[in-house]
Design a protein around this ligand. Structure first.
Ligand code: NDP
Length: 298
């Protein structure tokens, strides 16, 4: 059986092309340039790299990005003041406060301070509630939204399928389950969510038409846990020691790719799978926010 490789890299590029056109059209129609503000507190190298990638990708498609870097000693009330300023700024359509924040700052408080109409990360309780109740205008969290796009655009629409999601985090598993349950495009799936207290995980994963894994456990899903013909999306991004590599490590997913690709009908790789989709969906949310603000058709 020849297995379809679902390339997040290719799908992300396709979406970025569409967004670039949308940004140009918005500017021509209403003079609006979508604006994304990223707030970074402290100097965590991984966060700095991630924010840098977001800004570069935004600039490449004509989105205005503003980076606010604050010292690690910034107080909670100072950060709340920065968020308030961005909420009030009409040139800013999306606000992203890079997590994790230093321990002395309550992340929940900061997220709740973001205007839900600018919550392009989709973590505000209003966004979460609207997604869960499938009502009103909201921004879907970027990684799960990327997974749904990958399924639909690769010809593996979840509509009517049994999707097993492994992982119940607020960033991936739970919002993905809510997206898949929605009535309408990208939804209408029958969803099972498994987690660390699920006895006999393999018995559950083998019932899937589509299996999405977001566990953070390197290569734990093996071929015997996957029914032949299943579509597999691997969200996991793990660094494992590998002395044969120059860097001393390699990046792998939660799925044992080489083995599972022999039974799956389609599978996403790591790297090059879900990873490139996350930033793309953040930019898609920013463009949507700008379009909503301009009154343009989204
Ligand atoms: P969390 O650690 O927050 O959640 C992991 C989930 O997996 C939990 O619900 C946990 O269950 C479940 N789990 C852990 N071990 C097992 C097990 N042995 N059997 C069944 N379920 C298990 O991780 P995230 O959701 O934040 O991330 C998951 C993975 O996705 C990570 O590798 C992360 O790096 C990656 N990721 C990738 C992104 C991308 O852009 N590509 C973005 C975000 C995440 P329980 O709730 O019971 O503890």
């Amino acid at each position: 059986m020849s297995t379809q490789i679902i390339s997040g890299r290719d799908i992300a590029e396709e979406i970025r092309g569409e967004l670039t056109e949308r940004v140009a059209a918005l500017k021509a129609e209403s003079g609006i340039v979508p604006g994304l503000a990223t707030v970074l507190v402290g100097s965590d190298p991984a966060s700095e790299m991630y924010v840098g990638m977001k800004n570069k990708a935004a600039a490449a498609m004509g989105i205005h990005s503003r980076q606010i870097t604050l010292p690690a000693a910034t107080t909670e009330s100072e950060l709340l003041g920065v968020v308030d300023g961005l909420n009030a700024d009409p040139a800013v359509h999306g606000i992203l406060v890079q997590l994790p924040l230093p321990n002395h700052i309550d992340e929940g408080k900061i997220i709740e301070a973001i205007d839900p109409s600018k919550d392009v990360d989709g973590f505000h309780p209003v966004s979460v509630g609207r997604l869960a109740t499938d009502s009103g205008e909201f921004f879907a969290p970027c990684t799960p939204a990327g997974v749904v796009e990958m399924l639909v655009r690769s010809g593996n629409d979840p509509n009517g399928k049994h999707v097993v999601v492994v992982g119940r985090s607020n960033i991936v598993g739970r919002p993905l389950a809510s997206l898949l349950l929605r009535k309408g495009a990208g939804g209408n799936a029958t969803v099972t969510v498994a987690h660390s207290r699920t006895p006999d995980l393999g018995a559950v994963t083998r019932t899937a038409d589509i299996l999405v894994v977001a566990m953070g456990r390197p290569e734990m899903i093996t071929a015997d846990m996957v029914r032949p013909g299943t579509v597999v999306i691997d969200v996991g991004t793990n660094r494992v020691d590998d002395p044969t590599r120059e860097k001393g490590y390699r990046v792998c997913g939660d799925v044992l790719f080489d083995e599972v690709k022999e039974v799956a009908s389609a599978i996403s790789p790591v790297p090059g799978g879900v990873g490139p989709m996350t930033i793309t969906m953040l930019l898609a949310n920013t463009v949507k926010s700008a379009a909503l603000a301009s009154g343009s058709k989204v």
